[in-house]
Design a protein around this ligand. Structure first.
Ligand code: 5GP
Length: 184
């Protein structure tokens, strides 16, 4: 079977990357969503091995040192997040398109390691809408929100580096546009 596509979905905080990714795997079961590793603690309802692999700093270091991370980065200046390499390569080699929902630093690293990867920047309809979505989510403290918005400002400036920019106005429309890129 030929190698399937790897698509990297990145974009600023609260733009709706998680919602779009969820829509894609619910409606296109042939697409594999990579489960990232992180050193942050689980939020209520987040299951280990489903939302993320929740690791200690030492465990995360071990994966980095043994070359098992396709990419990794400190996100929002705090915790580390990374993509375990093995499952991604296995799925692609088995002919399953793989979706990575990661931050912009990670997207850059994947593009460098695998230039054939397709990178997509998910953009908000406007800055005000992004702030509204972050506030509406209600999962971050004031301090955390300020940190995330500061990161978002620099991230929005980097959209020109991506192969495609898709505005997340409506989840289903946006998700289907991403799927189209994974299959074409
Ligand atoms: P959260 O803590 O809200 O789940 O995620 C925070 C940020 O980490 C999001 O922007 C998300 O895209 C990013 N992220 C999640 N997994 C990974 C990963 O494996 N690698 C990188 N570089 N970023 C990730």
């Amino acid at each position: 079977m030929s190698r399937a596509k790897l698509l990297v979905l990145a974009g600023p905080t609260a733009v709706g990357k998680g919602t779009v990714a969820r829509y894609i795997i619910e409606n296109h079961p042939e697409i594999v969503l990579s489960v990232s590793a992180t050193t942050r603690s689980p939020r209520p309802g987040e299951e280990n091995g489903v939302a993320y692999y929740f690791l200690t700093d030492e465990e995360f270091d071990g994966l980095v040192q043994s070359g098992q991370m396709l990419e990794y980065a400190v996100v929002h200046g705090k915790h580390r997040y990374g993509t375990p390499r093995g499952p991604v390569e296995a799925a692609i080699n088995a002919g399953h398109p793989v979706l990575l929902e990661i931050d912009i630093q990670g997207a850059r690293q994947v593009k460098e390691a695998m230039p054939e990867a397709v990178t997509v920047f998910l953009a908000p309809p406007s800055w005000d809408e992004l702030v509204r979505r972050l506030e509406g989510r209600g999962t971050e403290t004031e301090e955390e929100m300020a940190r995330r918005l500061a990161t978002a400002e620099t991230e929005l400036a980097s959209q020109g580096e991506f192969d495609h920019v898709i505005v997340n106005q409506e989840v289903a429309v946006c998700a289907e546009a991403v799927v189209e890129l994974m299959k074409s």
